[in-house]
Design a protein around this ligand. Structure first.
Ligand SMILES: *Cc1c(COP(=O)(O)O)cnc(C)c1O
Length: 380
């Protein structure tokens, strides 16, 4: 079978994981610290906190940003449920901003329009969660500027975009945001099995994220409210979660991170080859802005159904029958049973809805064989 994306495991990865399995620490050991330091260095942010998933990372980020019951949080409709769940779990109300037709990312003009209306109604969002769709950074500078005018925080859902950059600045540096979150699910750029990481330049957010990742427990002596009673002393300051990554996962991540440049290069190359091969076909690709480097977690084709005889579902099924697991990223989130029950309707975000009727993520991952590549081309 050929999936739309998958992990690539080398002998070196197995060696790293093996070493951890035979060591004293499977949790809370040196690998986590090493991996977090390497991530900080790679994205050029001050702080990194690893987690057991990208979803839990998003949840911790919302907690750190102080998202509470009654707050308003905006994201895009063409995203995974986790981009909204993180805010819902904090008791916030989620609303959406439509995407751009050609980049598949949040439409900054729509965002500004919606902010102007929200300001008049006194219903401005506390937080906006843009998603770097497929690995292409959103218009970070412009969103940052709007956040200063309309006073909202920015949490980047960068699950797709480890290694991507905007005006030469790495996604995750938080130059134009408050917090960034990455996912290490096996289909993403690098994997830890399941896992995620949060990056920020704020010590305040960093401390809060760590506290809530560790069951609300404080291990730092200078933050103790009471006197340290014995060498193993710690303090419970709030409720929290166990959202920690294991040493086994961190070792895999460390090993994978050493190849990131090569992975990004390969994902870009495969997309470029699809573009060349499909030049004369009724399909369009995501527009990549000249100041962006995409990590191409996904390669998406939009099919021009005015020029084909087959319907979307038929094309989907032809691929699936040949064991090529193309997919749609994503069904419009505002039309899920959950959000529909809360009053969201069809035609509310027409660009994202249209996207979901014509877009297919086709196989792109390091190690995709020539034979597999041409099988996909032939079916198209
Ligand atoms: C993968 C993904 C997540 C969450 O990732 P997990 O690590 O699977 O929890 C969140 N948002 C987007 C857009 C994703 O693609």
């Amino acid at each position: 079978m050929i999936p739309y994306s998958k992990q690539q495991i080398f002998q070196k990865d197995i060696f790293f994981v093996n070493k951890v399995l035979k060591s004293n620490f499977l949790s809370k050991g040196p690998m986590i610290i090493k991996f977090e330091n390497k991530i900080s260095k790679f994205v050029e942010a001050k702080y990194s906190v690893t987690t057991n998933s990208g979803s839990s990372a998003l949840h911790l980020a919302c907690i750190a940003l102080g998202v509470k019951k009654g707050d308003i949080v905006w994201t895009v409709p063409n995203t995974f449920a986790a981009s909204a769940n993180c805010a819902l779990l904090c008791g916030a109300n989620v609303d959406f901003v439509d995407i751009e037709k050609d980049t598949f990312n949040i439409d900054v003009i729509e965002l500004e329009k919606k902010l102007i209306i929200a300001k008049k109604k006194n219903k401005l969002p506390k937080l906006v969660i843009p998603v770097h769709h497929s690995g292409q950074p959103v218009e970070q500078k412009k969103i940052w500027k709007l956040s200063k005018t309309f006073n909202f925080k920015i949490l980047e859902d960068a699950s797709h975009s480890l290694g991507a950059s905007h005006y030469g600045e790495k996604v995750g540096s938080c130059r134009w945001s408050d917090i960034t979150v990455f996912s290490f699910h096996p289909v993403k750029i690098i994997t830890t099995g399941e896992g995620g990481v949060i990056t920020t330049n704020s010590k305040l957010y960093y401390d809060k994220i760590k506290q809530f990742r560790e069951n609300g427990i404080i291990f730092e002596k200078k933050k103790f409210i009471y006197k340290s009673l014995h060498p193993g002393y710690y303090e419970h300051h709030s409720p929290g979660y166990n959202y920690r990554m294991s040493e086994i996962s961190a070792a895999l991540g460390l090993s994978q991170l050493t190849r990131i440049k090569q992975i990004i290069r390969e994902r870009n190359k495969i997309t470029e080859e699809y573009r060349k091969e499909l030049k004369s076909y009724p399909v369009t690709f995501q527009k990549i802005r000249r100041y962006n480097l995409s990590s191409f977690h996904l390669t998406v084709i939009k099919i021009d159904f005015k020029k084909t005889k087959k319907k979307f579902n038929e094309i989907f099924e032809i691929f699936r029958k040949k064991k090529i697991f193309v997919n749609l990223h994503y069904m419009p989130l505002h039309l899920s049973p959950f959000f529909k029950k809360r009053g969201f309707k069809k035609k509310q975000f027409p660009v994202a809805e249209n996207y979901s009727e014509v877009a297919l993520s086709i196989p792109n991952y390091p190690g995709l064989k020539k034979k597999e590549f041409f099988l996909v081309i032939n079916i198209i």
